[in-house]
Write a protein that binds this ligand. Structure first.
Ligand SMILES: C[S@@+](CC[C@H](N)C(=O)[O-])C[C@H]1O[C@@H](n2cnc3c(N)ncnc32)[C@H](O)[C@@H]1O
Length: 230
């Protein structure tokens, strides 16, 4: 077993991330040509963590997306269902409260968090609307959500070049830098299958969230959707 299928069977997804955990952060930096650092900075700006707040970072993986919230003085709970990713995270960032949990059935009570966020994780959840409902359930009324996910480039010609990168170049580069190159074929396919900016906004509203706005990053390669729990 080296990659999950587009049916996103949870056991296969967790196992696939177990397999890439050791080189996950390095591979991300290489494949995104270093853009991921900029994207992550924008996520933190939008969440705007305040000292004393409690923030859930779902699908946190090794905690790369969680650390900045702790640095800002908030209490962050990085949650993930890949034990391999959690183990690397705990080793690299022992001060963070890594928690094992499935985004479809979160191990937290209702209205626990001031803000919830998920970076490059929602696309992997077998039922994203159910995942968005779970995030809603654990958020306090008035609390906010920021979803960082790959999206659709807004300029047609660029979209064509990007699709070519995704489907051809990315798997080739991944063969050189990743411990599990097949998983990057899944990455490319799952990005192409994922709804565009408006499609994700509609799903968030369907899950109960208030008015959704989004920002495109890197020409729409990534979009940040944000909203609040009414
Ligand atoms: C691409 S990584 C993102 C990690 C981190 N958020 C980041 O920005 O680097 C996606 C993560 O989602 C996790 N994941 C996928 N489906 C999940 C689910 N249903 N519940 C919890 N975690 C899940 C995977 O285990 C993996 O660690």
């Amino acid at each position: 077993m080296s990659r999950a299928g587009l049916d996103k069977e949870p056991h296969d997804v967790a196992k696939m991330f177990d397999g890439v955990a050791e080189k996950y952060d390095l591979t991300n930096d290489v494949l995104s040509l270093g853009q991921d650092r900029r994207w992550r900075k924008r996520v933190v700006e939008l969440v705007a963590p305040q000292p004393g707040e409690t923030i859930l970072d779902l699908a946190a993986g090794t905690g790369t997306s969680s650390q900045p919230f702790a640095d800002a003085g908030a209490t962050v709970v990085p949650c993930d269902f890949s034990i391999g990713m959690l183990e690397v995270g705990k080793r690299e960032r022992p001060q963070l409260a890594f928690t094992a949990g499935d985004g479809m059935r979160l191990p937290f009570g209702d209205e626990t968090f001031d803000a919830v966020t998920i970076s490059f994780g929602l696309r992997n959840i077998v039922d994203p609307i159910a995942g968005l409902r779970e995030l809603f359930r654990v958020t306090k009324p008035g609390g906010r959500i920021v979803v960082c996910e790959f999206s659709t480039p807004t300029w047609g010609p660029f979209d064509a070049v990007y699709t070519n990168y995704l489907m051809r170049a990315l798997p080739t580069i991944a063969r050189k830098v990743s411990s599990n190159p097949e998983s990057y074929v899944y990455l490319a396919e799952s990005i192409r299958e994922w709804p565009d900016q408006k499609g994700l906004a509609l799903r968030m509203v369907e899950a109960g969230w208030g008015k959704v706005e989004w920002h495109n990053l890197s020409g729409g390669i990534v979009a940040l959707h944000h909203s609040f729990r009414p």
